[in-house]
Ligand binder design. Structure first.
Ligand code: PLP
Length: 446
Protein backbone atom coordinates (compact mmCIF):
# COMPACT_ATOMS: atom_id res chain seq x y z
CA UNK A 1 0.00 0.00 0.00
CA UNK A 2 1.51 3.35 -1.05
CA UNK A 3 1.41 6.03 1.65
CA UNK A 4 0.77 9.71 0.92
CA UNK A 5 -0.24 9.39 -2.70
CA UNK A 6 -2.02 12.45 -4.05
CA UNK A 7 -5.78 12.39 -3.52
CA UNK A 8 -7.44 14.12 -6.49
CA UNK A 9 -10.73 16.05 -6.32
CA UNK A 10 -12.44 18.02 -3.56
CA UNK A 11 -13.81 15.35 -1.26
CA UNK A 12 -12.46 15.05 2.28
CA UNK A 13 -12.46 11.26 2.18
CA UNK A 14 -12.60 8.69 4.96
CA UNK A 15 -9.16 7.34 4.00
CA UNK A 16 -6.35 9.86 3.93
CA UNK A 17 -3.46 7.46 3.33
CA UNK A 18 -4.29 6.63 -0.27
CA UNK A 19 -6.90 7.37 -2.93
CA UNK A 20 -9.90 5.06 -2.75
CA UNK A 21 -11.13 3.01 -5.70
CA UNK A 22 -14.47 4.24 -7.01
CA UNK A 23 -17.32 1.75 -6.62
CA UNK A 24 -19.62 1.80 -9.64
CA UNK A 25 -21.91 -1.15 -8.99
CA UNK A 26 -23.06 -3.38 -6.16
CA UNK A 27 -25.33 -6.37 -6.50
CA UNK A 28 -26.09 -9.30 -4.23
CA UNK A 29 -22.83 -9.92 -2.38
CA UNK A 30 -20.62 -8.28 -4.99
CA UNK A 31 -19.18 -4.79 -5.50
CA UNK A 32 -17.51 -3.66 -8.73
CA UNK A 33 -15.08 -0.75 -9.06
CA UNK A 34 -14.43 1.64 -11.93
CA UNK A 35 -11.57 -0.54 -13.20
CA UNK A 36 -13.91 -3.50 -13.50
CA UNK A 37 -12.51 -5.32 -10.43
CA UNK A 38 -15.08 -7.37 -8.53
CA UNK A 39 -15.13 -7.85 -4.74
CA UNK A 40 -17.01 -10.40 -2.70
CA UNK A 41 -18.44 -8.31 0.14
CA UNK A 42 -18.04 -10.67 3.08
CA UNK A 43 -18.67 -8.02 5.72
CA UNK A 44 -21.51 -6.09 4.05
CA UNK A 45 -19.41 -2.94 4.64
CA UNK A 46 -19.38 -2.63 8.43
CA UNK A 47 -22.06 -5.38 8.78
CA UNK A 48 -24.75 -3.26 7.19
CA UNK A 49 -25.79 -4.96 3.95
CA UNK A 50 -27.72 -7.75 5.66
CA UNK A 51 -30.10 -8.57 2.81
CA UNK A 52 -27.63 -8.13 -0.06
CA UNK A 53 -26.87 -5.15 -2.29
CA UNK A 54 -29.31 -3.56 -4.72
CA UNK A 55 -32.50 -5.24 -3.56
CA UNK A 56 -35.25 -4.22 -5.99
CA UNK A 57 -37.82 -4.42 -3.18
CA UNK A 58 -35.99 -1.66 -1.25
CA UNK A 59 -35.50 0.43 -4.40
CA UNK A 60 -39.19 0.12 -5.23
CA UNK A 61 -40.30 1.02 -1.71
CA UNK A 62 -38.01 4.07 -1.63
CA UNK A 63 -39.10 5.19 -5.09
CA UNK A 64 -42.79 4.75 -4.29
CA UNK A 65 -42.47 6.69 -1.05
CA UNK A 66 -40.56 9.57 -2.67
CA UNK A 67 -43.13 10.05 -5.38
CA UNK A 68 -46.02 9.59 -2.95
CA UNK A 69 -44.86 11.63 0.06
CA UNK A 70 -41.15 12.38 0.33
CA UNK A 71 -40.71 14.64 3.33
CA UNK A 72 -42.88 15.96 6.10
CA UNK A 73 -41.66 17.49 9.30
CA UNK A 74 -41.80 14.85 12.03
CA UNK A 75 -43.41 17.27 14.50
CA UNK A 76 -46.20 18.04 11.98
CA UNK A 77 -47.08 14.62 10.51
CA UNK A 78 -46.64 10.92 10.89
CA UNK A 79 -47.09 8.55 7.95
CA UNK A 80 -47.71 4.98 6.98
CA UNK A 81 -44.05 3.83 6.62
CA UNK A 82 -43.12 5.25 10.04
CA UNK A 83 -46.13 3.69 11.76
CA UNK A 84 -45.71 0.34 10.02
CA UNK A 85 -41.97 0.04 10.63
CA UNK A 86 -42.52 0.71 14.34
CA UNK A 87 -45.20 -2.00 14.42
CA UNK A 88 -42.95 -4.41 12.50
CA UNK A 89 -40.14 -3.86 15.01
CA UNK A 90 -42.48 -4.16 17.99
CA UNK A 91 -43.56 -7.59 16.69
CA UNK A 92 -39.99 -8.87 16.94
CA UNK A 93 -38.71 -6.82 19.87
CA UNK A 94 -37.95 -8.03 23.40
CA UNK A 95 -41.00 -8.13 25.70
CA UNK A 96 -42.22 -4.68 26.68
CA UNK A 97 -40.29 -2.79 23.99
CA UNK A 98 -43.20 -1.30 22.10
CA UNK A 99 -42.29 2.24 21.06
CA UNK A 100 -39.67 3.19 18.45
CA UNK A 101 -37.98 6.51 17.82
CA UNK A 102 -36.28 6.80 14.41
CA UNK A 103 -33.03 8.59 13.69
CA UNK A 104 -30.41 8.38 10.94
CA UNK A 105 -27.27 6.78 12.36
CA UNK A 106 -26.24 4.40 15.10
CA UNK A 107 -24.43 7.23 16.89
CA UNK A 108 -27.64 9.25 16.95
CA UNK A 109 -29.57 6.24 18.23
CA UNK A 110 -27.10 5.90 21.11
CA UNK A 111 -27.35 9.63 21.94
CA UNK A 112 -31.14 9.33 21.83
CA UNK A 113 -31.08 6.34 24.18
CA UNK A 114 -28.87 8.13 26.71
CA UNK A 115 -31.11 11.21 26.66
CA UNK A 116 -34.22 9.04 27.00
CA UNK A 117 -32.78 7.28 30.04
CA UNK A 118 -32.08 10.64 31.65
CA UNK A 119 -35.57 11.88 30.87
CA UNK A 120 -37.23 8.75 32.26
CA UNK A 121 -35.44 9.39 35.57
CA UNK A 122 -36.53 13.02 35.50
CA UNK A 123 -40.15 11.99 34.94
CA UNK A 124 -39.89 9.53 37.81
CA UNK A 125 -38.66 12.20 40.20
CA UNK A 126 -34.98 11.27 40.24
CA UNK A 127 -33.30 14.41 38.89
CA UNK A 128 -29.96 13.53 40.47
CA UNK A 129 -29.53 10.57 38.07
CA UNK A 130 -27.52 11.53 35.01
CA UNK A 131 -24.35 9.43 34.96
CA UNK A 132 -23.73 6.86 32.30
CA UNK A 133 -21.66 3.71 32.69
CA UNK A 134 -20.42 1.87 29.61
CA UNK A 135 -17.53 -0.48 28.85
CA UNK A 136 -13.97 -0.30 27.67
CA UNK A 137 -13.30 -2.01 24.31
CA UNK A 138 -16.72 -0.96 23.06
CA UNK A 139 -18.01 1.04 20.15
CA UNK A 140 -21.06 3.26 20.24
CA UNK A 141 -20.28 5.87 17.59
CA UNK A 142 -18.19 8.94 16.92
CA UNK A 143 -20.40 11.93 17.76
CA UNK A 144 -19.29 13.45 21.06
CA UNK A 145 -21.93 11.84 23.29
CA UNK A 146 -21.60 8.42 21.69
CA UNK A 147 -17.82 8.74 21.67
CA UNK A 148 -17.81 9.45 25.39
CA UNK A 149 -19.51 6.07 25.85
CA UNK A 150 -17.24 4.35 23.34
CA UNK A 151 -14.37 2.50 24.95
CA UNK A 152 -11.92 2.40 22.09
CA UNK A 153 -8.90 4.38 23.17
CA UNK A 154 -7.57 5.31 19.74
CA UNK A 155 -10.87 6.98 18.79
CA UNK A 156 -11.25 8.76 22.12
CA UNK A 157 -7.76 10.06 22.70
CA UNK A 158 -7.61 13.09 20.37
CA UNK A 159 -11.03 14.35 21.46
CA UNK A 160 -10.92 13.39 25.14
CA UNK A 161 -11.09 17.00 26.41
CA UNK A 162 -14.39 17.47 24.54
CA UNK A 163 -16.11 14.38 25.90
CA UNK A 164 -18.79 14.42 28.60
CA UNK A 165 -17.94 12.26 31.58
CA UNK A 166 -18.75 8.55 31.26
CA UNK A 167 -17.54 5.77 33.54
CA UNK A 168 -16.26 2.59 31.90
CA UNK A 169 -16.03 -0.94 33.23
CA UNK A 170 -14.07 -3.81 31.68
CA UNK A 171 -15.60 -5.77 28.80
CA UNK A 172 -16.64 -9.44 28.98
CA UNK A 173 -13.75 -10.50 26.77
CA UNK A 174 -12.78 -13.97 27.93
CA UNK A 175 -9.81 -14.40 25.59
CA UNK A 176 -8.10 -11.42 27.23
CA UNK A 177 -9.85 -11.28 30.60
CA UNK A 178 -8.88 -8.02 32.29
CA UNK A 179 -9.01 -9.79 35.66
CA UNK A 180 -6.71 -12.60 34.53
CA UNK A 181 -9.45 -15.17 35.21
CA UNK A 182 -10.99 -18.07 33.30
CA UNK A 183 -14.68 -18.78 32.84
CA UNK A 184 -16.53 -20.34 34.67
CA UNK A 185 -14.26 -20.10 37.74
CA UNK A 186 -14.10 -16.32 37.30
CA UNK A 187 -17.44 -15.81 39.07
CA UNK A 188 -18.29 -13.35 36.29
CA UNK A 189 -16.03 -10.68 37.74
CA UNK A 190 -16.64 -8.57 34.60
CA UNK A 191 -20.36 -8.37 35.41
CA UNK A 192 -19.81 -7.79 39.12
CA UNK A 193 -17.54 -4.89 38.15
CA UNK A 194 -20.71 -2.97 37.31
CA UNK A 195 -21.85 -3.07 40.92
CA UNK A 196 -18.43 -1.91 42.08
CA UNK A 197 -18.53 1.00 39.64
CA UNK A 198 -22.04 1.99 40.72
CA UNK A 199 -21.01 1.96 44.38
CA UNK A 200 -17.89 3.99 43.64
CA UNK A 201 -19.70 6.59 41.57
CA UNK A 202 -22.70 6.91 43.86
CA UNK A 203 -25.77 4.79 43.05
CA UNK A 204 -28.13 7.73 43.42
CA UNK A 205 -26.43 9.51 40.50
CA UNK A 206 -26.34 6.69 37.92
CA UNK A 207 -28.86 6.83 35.09
CA UNK A 208 -28.00 3.92 32.80
CA UNK A 209 -25.62 1.17 31.82
CA UNK A 210 -24.95 1.01 28.08
CA UNK A 211 -23.33 -1.98 26.35
CA UNK A 212 -23.31 -3.93 23.11
CA UNK A 213 -25.24 -7.18 23.64
CA UNK A 214 -22.57 -8.98 21.63
CA UNK A 215 -19.38 -6.98 21.10
CA UNK A 216 -18.87 -5.73 17.57
CA UNK A 217 -15.82 -4.50 15.73
CA UNK A 218 -13.72 -3.41 18.71
CA UNK A 219 -13.13 -6.91 20.05
CA UNK A 220 -14.24 -8.79 16.95
CA UNK A 221 -17.51 -10.50 17.78
CA UNK A 222 -16.63 -11.53 21.35
CA UNK A 223 -19.75 -13.15 22.83
CA UNK A 224 -20.29 -12.58 26.59
CA UNK A 225 -20.15 -15.77 28.68
CA UNK A 226 -23.37 -17.44 29.88
CA UNK A 227 -24.76 -15.69 32.92
CA UNK A 228 -23.18 -12.33 32.10
CA UNK A 229 -26.34 -10.61 31.00
CA UNK A 230 -28.58 -11.97 33.74
CA UNK A 231 -26.02 -10.77 36.30
CA UNK A 232 -25.96 -7.31 34.67
CA UNK A 233 -29.77 -7.16 34.57
CA UNK A 234 -29.97 -8.06 38.27
CA UNK A 235 -27.49 -5.30 39.18
CA UNK A 236 -29.39 -2.73 37.12
CA UNK A 237 -32.63 -3.75 38.82
CA UNK A 238 -31.07 -3.63 42.28
CA UNK A 239 -29.97 -0.01 41.76
CA UNK A 240 -32.88 1.18 39.57
CA UNK A 241 -30.55 1.78 36.67
CA UNK A 242 -31.81 1.58 33.10
CA UNK A 243 -30.22 -1.04 30.86
CA UNK A 244 -29.49 0.19 27.34
CA UNK A 245 -28.47 -2.60 24.97
CA UNK A 246 -26.75 -1.35 21.84
CA UNK A 247 -27.74 -3.67 18.99
CA UNK A 248 -26.70 -1.39 16.15
CA UNK A 249 -24.15 -4.01 15.10
CA UNK A 250 -25.55 -7.28 16.41
CA UNK A 251 -29.31 -6.70 16.10
CA UNK A 252 -31.91 -7.53 13.45
CA UNK A 253 -30.91 -11.10 12.75
CA UNK A 254 -27.13 -10.86 12.77
CA UNK A 255 -26.85 -13.35 15.66
CA UNK A 256 -29.57 -15.65 14.33
CA UNK A 257 -32.15 -13.94 16.53
CA UNK A 258 -34.15 -10.84 15.73
CA UNK A 259 -32.63 -9.24 18.82
CA UNK A 260 -29.33 -10.50 20.23
CA UNK A 261 -30.69 -10.12 23.76
CA UNK A 262 -33.08 -13.04 23.11
CA UNK A 263 -30.28 -15.60 23.22
CA UNK A 264 -29.00 -14.17 26.51
CA UNK A 265 -32.43 -14.19 28.14
CA UNK A 266 -32.12 -10.53 29.06
CA UNK A 267 -34.70 -7.81 28.59
CA UNK A 268 -33.36 -4.30 27.99
CA UNK A 269 -35.13 -1.12 29.03
CA UNK A 270 -33.89 0.60 25.90
CA UNK A 271 -32.45 -0.93 22.74
CA UNK A 272 -30.70 0.70 19.79
CA UNK A 273 -30.75 -0.48 16.19
CA UNK A 274 -29.08 0.85 13.05
CA UNK A 275 -26.85 -0.45 10.27
CA UNK A 276 -28.86 -3.33 8.73
CA UNK A 277 -32.20 -1.65 9.46
CA UNK A 278 -32.17 0.01 6.03
CA UNK A 279 -29.98 -2.67 4.44
CA UNK A 280 -27.46 0.09 3.76
CA UNK A 281 -29.66 1.90 1.25
CA UNK A 282 -29.81 5.01 3.45
CA UNK A 283 -29.22 6.25 6.96
CA UNK A 284 -31.74 4.81 9.40
CA UNK A 285 -31.56 3.92 13.07
CA UNK A 286 -34.08 3.27 15.81
CA UNK A 287 -34.40 3.31 19.57
CA UNK A 288 -36.90 0.99 21.19
CA UNK A 289 -38.30 1.73 24.65
CA UNK A 290 -40.89 0.22 26.96
CA UNK A 291 -44.50 1.31 26.69
CA UNK A 292 -44.45 2.11 30.42
CA UNK A 293 -41.54 4.54 29.96
CA UNK A 294 -43.22 6.12 26.94
CA UNK A 295 -46.34 6.60 29.06
CA UNK A 296 -44.41 8.19 31.89
CA UNK A 297 -42.85 10.74 29.51
CA UNK A 298 -46.24 11.48 27.93
CA UNK A 299 -48.01 11.83 31.23
CA UNK A 300 -45.09 13.69 32.82
CA UNK A 301 -43.51 16.56 30.96
CA UNK A 302 -45.28 15.48 27.77
CA UNK A 303 -42.34 16.18 25.49
CA UNK A 304 -38.95 14.79 24.54
CA UNK A 305 -36.75 17.63 23.27
CA UNK A 306 -34.96 15.70 20.56
CA UNK A 307 -35.31 14.58 16.95
CA UNK A 308 -34.12 17.04 14.35
CA UNK A 309 -34.91 17.61 10.71
CA UNK A 310 -34.48 14.04 9.50
CA UNK A 311 -35.85 11.96 12.38
CA UNK A 312 -38.81 9.64 11.64
CA UNK A 313 -38.04 9.96 7.93
CA UNK A 314 -40.79 8.57 5.71
CA UNK A 315 -38.46 7.42 2.94
CA UNK A 316 -35.87 5.86 5.25
CA UNK A 317 -38.65 4.05 7.12
CA UNK A 318 -40.03 2.77 3.81
CA UNK A 319 -36.61 1.24 3.18
CA UNK A 320 -36.67 -0.26 6.68
CA UNK A 321 -40.09 -1.81 6.08
CA UNK A 322 -38.84 -3.41 2.87
CA UNK A 323 -35.86 -4.87 4.74
CA UNK A 324 -38.05 -6.37 7.46
CA UNK A 325 -40.36 -7.81 4.78
CA UNK A 326 -37.37 -9.45 3.03
CA UNK A 327 -36.02 -10.87 6.30
CA UNK A 328 -39.44 -12.34 7.08
CA UNK A 329 -40.32 -13.60 3.61
CA UNK A 330 -36.96 -15.23 2.94
CA UNK A 331 -36.63 -16.44 6.53
CA UNK A 332 -33.16 -14.97 6.63
CA UNK A 333 -32.89 -14.78 10.43
CA UNK A 334 -33.59 -18.51 10.53
CA UNK A 335 -30.98 -19.02 7.79
CA UNK A 336 -28.39 -17.15 9.88
CA UNK A 337 -29.23 -19.31 12.91
CA UNK A 338 -28.87 -22.47 10.80
CA UNK A 339 -25.69 -21.60 8.91
CA UNK A 340 -23.90 -19.55 11.56
CA UNK A 341 -22.36 -22.57 13.31
CA UNK A 342 -21.09 -23.77 9.90
CA UNK A 343 -19.10 -20.56 9.50
CA UNK A 344 -17.55 -21.14 12.91
CA UNK A 345 -16.79 -24.75 12.06
CA UNK A 346 -15.21 -23.83 8.71
CA UNK A 347 -13.05 -21.17 10.35
CA UNK A 348 -11.92 -23.56 13.06
CA UNK A 349 -11.19 -26.34 10.61
CA UNK A 350 -9.17 -24.13 8.27
CA UNK A 351 -7.55 -21.72 10.75
CA UNK A 352 -7.89 -23.34 14.18
CA UNK A 353 -4.36 -24.78 14.16
CA UNK A 354 -2.63 -21.79 12.62
CA UNK A 355 0.20 -20.67 14.96
CA UNK A 356 -0.85 -17.04 14.53
CA UNK A 357 -4.55 -17.53 15.17
CA UNK A 358 -5.23 -17.03 18.87
CA UNK A 359 -9.00 -17.19 18.97
CA UNK A 360 -12.00 -17.80 16.75
CA UNK A 361 -15.33 -16.69 18.19
CA UNK A 362 -18.70 -15.41 17.16
CA UNK A 363 -22.30 -16.28 16.60
CA UNK A 364 -24.70 -16.26 13.66
CA UNK A 365 -23.19 -14.29 10.79
CA UNK A 366 -20.67 -12.36 12.92
CA UNK A 367 -17.33 -14.05 13.48
CA UNK A 368 -13.97 -12.78 14.66
CA UNK A 369 -10.54 -14.26 14.08
CA UNK A 370 -7.88 -12.84 16.40
CA UNK A 371 -4.26 -12.94 15.26
CA UNK A 372 -1.39 -13.26 17.73
CA UNK A 373 2.37 -13.39 17.58
CA UNK A 374 2.46 -16.24 20.10
CA UNK A 375 -0.49 -18.56 20.73
CA UNK A 376 0.74 -19.93 24.04
CA UNK A 377 1.22 -16.53 25.66
CA UNK A 378 -1.48 -14.74 23.58
CA UNK A 379 1.10 -12.05 22.85
CA UNK A 380 -0.26 -9.69 20.21
CA UNK A 381 1.73 -8.45 17.26
CA UNK A 382 3.10 -4.97 17.81
CA UNK A 383 0.76 -2.37 16.35
CA UNK A 384 3.53 -1.05 14.09
CA UNK A 385 3.48 -4.40 12.23
CA UNK A 386 -0.05 -3.52 10.99
CA UNK A 387 -0.93 -7.19 10.66
CA UNK A 388 -4.68 -6.63 10.30
CA UNK A 389 -4.20 -3.93 7.67
CA UNK A 390 -1.82 -6.15 5.69
CA UNK A 391 -4.15 -9.14 5.81
CA UNK A 392 -7.04 -6.89 4.82
CA UNK A 393 -5.04 -5.57 1.85
CA UNK A 394 -4.09 -9.13 0.79
CA UNK A 395 -7.76 -10.05 0.83
CA UNK A 396 -8.73 -6.88 -1.03
CA UNK A 397 -6.15 -7.71 -3.71
CA UNK A 398 -7.78 -11.16 -3.93
CA UNK A 399 -11.21 -9.56 -4.32
CA UNK A 400 -12.53 -10.27 -0.81
CA UNK A 401 -13.78 -7.61 1.63
CA UNK A 402 -13.68 -8.19 5.38
CA UNK A 403 -13.89 -5.80 8.34
CA UNK A 404 -10.85 -4.79 10.40
CA UNK A 405 -10.63 -4.93 14.17
CA UNK A 406 -7.63 -3.29 15.81
CA UNK A 407 -6.55 -2.49 19.37
CA UNK A 408 -7.95 -5.53 21.16
CA UNK A 409 -4.99 -5.71 23.53
CA UNK A 410 -4.35 -2.18 24.75
CA UNK A 411 -3.19 -0.29 21.70
CA UNK A 412 -2.01 -3.57 20.12
CA UNK A 413 -4.10 -6.50 18.96
CA UNK A 414 -5.31 -7.63 15.56
CA UNK A 415 -8.43 -9.36 14.29
CA UNK A 416 -10.67 -9.64 11.28
CA UNK A 417 -14.46 -9.77 11.31
CA UNK A 418 -16.54 -11.84 8.92
CA UNK A 419 -20.08 -10.54 8.62
CA UNK A 420 -21.54 -11.68 5.33
CA UNK A 421 -24.93 -10.60 4.03
CA UNK A 422 -27.51 -13.13 5.26
CA UNK A 423 -28.02 -14.13 1.62
CA UNK A 424 -24.43 -15.21 0.89
CA UNK A 425 -24.19 -18.72 -0.58
CA UNK A 426 -22.46 -21.47 1.38
CA UNK A 427 -20.00 -21.82 -1.47
CA UNK A 428 -19.01 -18.16 -1.24
CA UNK A 429 -18.71 -18.36 2.54
CA UNK A 430 -16.28 -21.26 2.18
CA UNK A 431 -14.37 -19.33 -0.44
CA UNK A 432 -13.98 -16.42 1.99
CA UNK A 433 -12.61 -18.75 4.66
CA UNK A 434 -10.12 -20.23 2.17
CA UNK A 435 -8.99 -16.79 1.04
CA UNK A 436 -8.60 -15.61 4.64
CA UNK A 437 -6.36 -18.62 5.33
CA UNK A 438 -4.29 -17.87 2.21
CA UNK A 439 -3.96 -14.17 3.06
CA UNK A 440 -2.92 -15.00 6.61
CA UNK A 441 -0.24 -17.41 5.35
CA UNK A 442 1.04 -14.71 3.05
CA UNK A 443 1.33 -12.05 5.76
CA UNK A 444 2.33 -14.12 8.81
CA UNK A 445 3.49 -17.53 7.51
CA UNK A 446 3.24 -20.62 9.70
C1 PLP B 1 -22.58 -1.13 18.42
C2 PLP B 1 -22.54 0.13 17.62
N1 PLP B 1 -23.17 1.22 18.08
C3 PLP B 1 -23.17 2.38 17.40
C4 PLP B 1 -22.51 2.49 16.19
C5 PLP B 1 -22.50 3.80 15.47
O1 PLP B 1 -23.25 3.70 14.31
P1 PLP B 1 -23.05 4.76 13.12
O2 PLP B 1 -21.71 4.50 12.52
O3 PLP B 1 -24.19 4.47 12.20
O4 PLP B 1 -23.15 6.12 13.72
C6 PLP B 1 -21.86 1.37 15.67
C7 PLP B 1 -21.14 1.46 14.39
O5 PLP B 1 -20.31 0.66 14.05
C8 PLP B 1 -21.86 0.17 16.40
O6 PLP B 1 -21.23 -0.92 15.95
Amino acid sequence: MKEHEDIPGHVFPRQLGRPLAAAVAANGCWIEDADGRRFLDASGGPLVVNVGHARPEIAQAVHDQIVKCDYVHPTMFTGEPVESLASDLARHAPPGIERFYFMNSGSEAVETAVKLARQIHLEQGRPQRFRLISRWKSYHGLTLGALSATGRTSFRKPFAPLLPETAHIEAPYCYRCSFGKRYPDCGLHCARALEEAIENIGPETVSAFLAETVSGATIAAAVPPPGYWSAIRAICDKYDILLIQDEVFCGLGRTGHWFASEAHAVEPDIVTLGKGLSGGAMGLSAVGIRQAHFDCIRQGSGAFAHGGTFSHHQVACAAGRAVIAILEKERLVERVARLGPEIGAALRERLGEHPHVGDIRGVGFMWGVEFVQDRATRTPFPRQAKVTERIWQQLYDRGILLYKSIGLAGTHGDAMVLGPPFTMTEEDIHRVVEELAAALDQVVPR
